[in-house]
Ligand binder design. Structure first.
Ligand SMILES: [Fe+2]
Length: 289
């Protein structure tokens, strides 16, 4: 038997958050963000305005009568598109809103107990009644803060490993239903969802949802970024010189011992104080949350 998603009256303390929820369990908090923070955030018409701009990442998701009717269009959009959308069953999602509308960054203030150095962006969605992005899961941690309007969420109790998506649509919508609990949220309510936990939101009254997403670097990003740092530091950017070669590496052969030497060189570069310095700098130089 699985344990239902917890419903709290206030945000958990730091210790409780990491022990019980981070990466382990979804959470719903009634009125987790005070009105003083909610009031200064971006509003729907400003959000629509952002989606007209060339360098802003935005999407419009429409849902039809059946699950296979989901569509997703990418911005920038022309103003006329909003007249054609109607009053139901669509959402506008805009990424990195905190960069374009600075007061929206204040949404992070109540979450300083979270690992802010991992925050990727604040995405804001405007959604009409019936609108939503369908049952899905994400590869990142997220706090969802409801702004104006009302939304009904179904939230999974456990992570899903062998997810199946609906074929031939431009969105990763889950094929099958999932075990979960249903909550209605309104202004200031907070949901925390760990990676791979299925969830589905449906808008009851038009409004805004603020998503604070936490996304770590991939292994390849770590190698590329650290490699770039090494390249800029002459004193550590040594070149391989083949000091220990012997007959086993003649011609086009590379001896197993030599592969180990390369591996040791790479390990040495990581097992050094330069790596610590770079890693801290790497996260500090991301947008400063
Ligand atoms: Fe999601």
């Amino acid at each position: 038997m699985t344990i239902p998603v917890h419903y709290l009256e206030k945000l958990p303390g730091e210790a409780e958050f990491y022990e019980t929820y981070w990466n382990k369990k979804a959470l719903v908090v009634k009125n987790g963000v005070p009105g003083s923070v909610m009031n200064g955030l971006i509003e729907a018409d400003e959000l629509a305005g952002l989606s007209l701009e060339e360098d802003v990442r935005s999407r419009i998701v429409k849902n039809g009568p059946t699950q296979n009717d989901w569509t997703c269009d990418h911005g920038p959009f022309g103003e006329e598109i909003f007249d054609a959308l109607g009053e139901e069953n669509w959402s506008l999602l805009v990424q990195n809103v905190e960069r374009y509308h600075l007061p929206t960054k204040n949404i992070i203030d109540p979450f300083l107990f979270s690992p802010c150095w991992l925050i990727d962006d604040v995405m804001v969605s405007y959604s009409t009644p019936g609108g939503g992005v369908g049952p899905h899961l994400d590869s990142y941690h997220v706090f969802l803060v409801q702004g104006t309007g009302k939304r009904r969420w179904k939230i999974g109790r456990v992570a899903i490993d062998n997810e199946q998506f609906i074929d031939n649509i431009d969105l990763k919508i889950l094929k099958d239903d999932f075990e979960g609990d249903v909550f209605e949220v309104e202004n200031g309510d907070v949901i925390y969802i760990p990676p791979k936990f299925p969830h589905k939101g449906e808008t009851l009254e038009e409004g805004l949802t603020f998503s604070i997403g936490f996304l770590g670097p991939s292994l390849s990003e770590l190698f590329v970024e650290y490699g770039q740092y090494i390249e800029e530091q002459d004193q550590i950017n040594s070149r391989y010189e083949g000091h220990a070669l012997n007959i086993l590496s003649a011609g086009n052969q590379i001896a197993g011992q030599e592969v180990d030497n390369f591996r040791d060189t790479l390990k040495g570069a990581i097992d050094s104080e330069h790596f610590d310095k770079w890693l801290r700098g790497y996260f500090a130089n991301k947008d400063d949350y």
